[in-house]
Design a protein around this ligand. Structure first.
Ligand code: SF4
Length: 87
């Protein structure tokens, strides 16, 4: 599939997130360099590109906290965020 189109600005790919997991390199190889469509962060970015956004300030603040901690393999968390975005 190839490299994720968000890699240049992505804090996970650029090792800028706090608490980077010890398996970060493996996750970057698996998701960022290959199967980016399966990445939790990519899924959320896609929702934004499609026009979905938190409904109010409180939701936006909660969303930001969750997204800041989201790693590519956190699919369950991404699905919960997506449910909130499409409500
Ligand atoms: S973490 Fe996800 S969104 Fe970021 S570069 Fe990797 S695949 Fe893309």
């Amino acid at each position: 599939m190839g490299k994720c189109p968000h890699f240049e600005k992505c804090p996970f790919f650029n090792n800028k997130m706090s608490g980077m997991p010890v398996i970060a390199k493996q996750l970057q190889d698996k998701y960022c360099n290959e199967e980016y469509v399966k990445c939790a962060r990519f899924m959320i970015n896609k929702m934004f590109i499609e026009g979905y956004a938190p409904k109010d300030e409180q939701s936006a603040s909660e969303f930001e906290k969750e997204f800041d901690k989201l790693f590519p393999n956190n699919i369950d968390k991404a699905e919960k965020i997506i449910v909130q975005l499409v409500k």
